[in-house]
Write a protein that binds this ligand. Structure first.
Ligand code: ADP
Length: 474
């Protein structure tokens, strides 16, 4: 529609200039041309062979040119006339010449214009061999008079005469061309409009339909409609959005399942122990109370983890970096595990050469170390041996946590950093975990722009590592 409207606008402009304003435009152009010619003649009157130039001007511009010597006020001597060329020119009665002269003189010799309209009545000014009378009827003629002086200070008068009504045959030809152009433009713009709507709107419509399906939670839609570049870009963006939404929805479902499972299990346990202790008098013992305490700790840890991860992801807690000894920090965390290590039968070793300083968020790095070591403890075998190594190399402090556990299958390695991911879905009760530990580690290390990773061999064990730049300024 816009395209057709645009075409209509251009056509309207064309029609207006060619019909309504044609006369005015033609008149304007002609008048300007006469003015320029008069200027030119006045400036070049002293040139050699100027009459030749005048002949050319007369032919080219279709104007009659007369130049009179006006030194004698009685008879104006004709210096040049274009009439000899083709008899199309000016023929005046002397009194007419004089009255033109007087008016121009009164106007400081400046341009004076007269406009006549050719009459149907016989006019002596036109000879028989000129254009037939009927064709020239109603034709407006502009006469321009100008008085100036040549190099010898001799006064002369220039008279130019030109038709300022477009010739009928030209107008007819132009109208005919205009009709053809109009038809052509209308047909062309209809074709273009149809083509554009096919090319532009069709793929957009298809994409819209698919986007509606996407809004209806159908994440399998494939935005594959082809078209021009922008549509294809839009489609690939939407395809990406659809797959991301699909993943997010999956995660959300898994999250609800995991969280409700994780919340329900300890709650059921707590309730069970509490009921047993209420109903059976002999069961009110320390072990059962400890079980309740353990399960409550589990619950509270889970809730803390959930809060941590959402805070970290929303950027609500900015990291505040300080310089601290990562060696001391690791040793501290390890003593926490040492308390239960004998009891549970695992050994913890810390290997390092020297004290190393890093510039990082201490509390967050402690959390990373804690999560990595507790995973190593949780996923190790009975004869657990966990080694934490600190390696300083090339201004980098690398911390490695190696366990001798059952390892992680290669295809699962890349997922362990995801939220709620557990390599072993049917995890044993003994393994306390929310599936959030490593994603918290990832978030924290990402915030520090630190490198980190894992290598794992099935039934041999895994090594989780991360690197922080060493801070040598004490
Ligand atoms: P969880 O709370 O389940 O431990 P994490 O995010 O800490 O959650 O770990 C995700 C999964 O990665 C774990 O469920 C486990 O399957 C696997 N994993 C993590 N650390 C180890 C490890 N040291 N050895 C074997 N598997 C591990």
């Amino acid at each position: 529609m816009y395209f057709l409207g645009f075409a209509a606008l251009i056509l309207a402009a064309l029609w207006l200039t060619q019909t309504v304003f044609l006369d005015d435009l033609y008149r304007m152009i002609k008048t300007a041309s006469i003015e320029n010619s008069a200027d030119y003649i006045v400036e070049h009157i002293d040139d050699d062979n100027f009459s030749y130039t005048l002949d050319e001007m007369h032919k080219k511009n279709q104007m009659g040119i007369e130049i009179y010597d006006t030194r004698s006020s009685i008879i104006f001597y004709q210096l040049y006339t274009s009439r000899q060329q083709d008899d199309w020119g000016i023929d005046y009665y002397p009194h007419q010449l004089h009255s033109y002269y007087k008016e121009a003189k009164a106007n400081n010799g400046e341009m004076v214009f007269y406009e006549d309209v050719e009459q149907a009545s016989p006019n002596k000014l036109h000879k028989e061999h000129q254009e037939p009378r009927h064709e020239r009827e109603g034709v407006a003629i502009l006469t321009c008079v100008r008085i100036a002086k040549d190099a010898d200070n001799n006064e002369f008068m220039v008279m130019l005469r030109s038709e300022i009504t477009p010739i009928e045959s030209t107008v007819t030809t132009m109208r005919f061309i205009l009709i053809i152009i109009t038809g052509f433009v209308v047909i062309l713009s209809i074709i273009m409009a149809v083509l554009i709507s096919l090319k532009v709107s069709k793929p957009l419509k298809e994409t819209t339909e698919k986007a509606k399906r996407l809004a209806g939670e159908d994440y399998s839609v494939d935005f594959d409609s082809k078209g021009y570049r922008e549509v294809e870009e839009l489609n690939s963006t939407l395809s990406f959005a659809a797959s991301e939404l699909g993943v997010a929805t999956e995660l959300r479902k898994e999250l609800v399942a995991n969280v409700s499972h994780d919340l329900r299990t300890p709650l059921t346990m707590i309730k069970g122990y509490a009921e047993v202790m209420r109903d059976i008098p002999g069961e009110m013992n320390e072990d059962n109370l400890q079980a309740i305490i353990d399960e409550s700790t589990r619950l509270s840890n889970l809730v803390t983890d959930l809060l941590d991860i959402s805070k970290l992801q929303s950027g609500a807690v900015p990291i505040s970096k300080t310089t601290f000894s990562i060696t001391d920090c690791t040793a501290d965390i390890m003593t926490r595990f040492n308390v239960v290590s004998q009891q549970q039968g695992y050994s913890l070793k810390f290997e390092y050469d020297d004290d190393a300083l890093v510039f990082a968020d201490k509390a967050r790095i402690e959390q990373v170390l804690y999560n990595l070591i507790s995973n190593a403890v949780n996923y190790s075998d009975i004869d657990k041996e966990i080694v934490v190594r600190q390696i300083v190399k090339d201004k980098n402090v690398r911390i490695e946590v190696t366990d001798s556990g059952k390892g992680i299958e290669p295809e699962k390695l890349q997922h362990i950093w995801d939220r709620y991911y557990r390599a072993d879905k049917n995890h044993q009760r003994a393994v306390v975990g929310s599936g959030l530990g490593l994603s918290i580690v990832k978030e924290i290390l990402d915030l520090h722009q630190a490198h980190f990773g894992v290598t794992s061999v099935i039934n041999k064990g895994s090594t989780f590592w991360f690197e922080l730049p060493e801070n040598t300024e004490k």
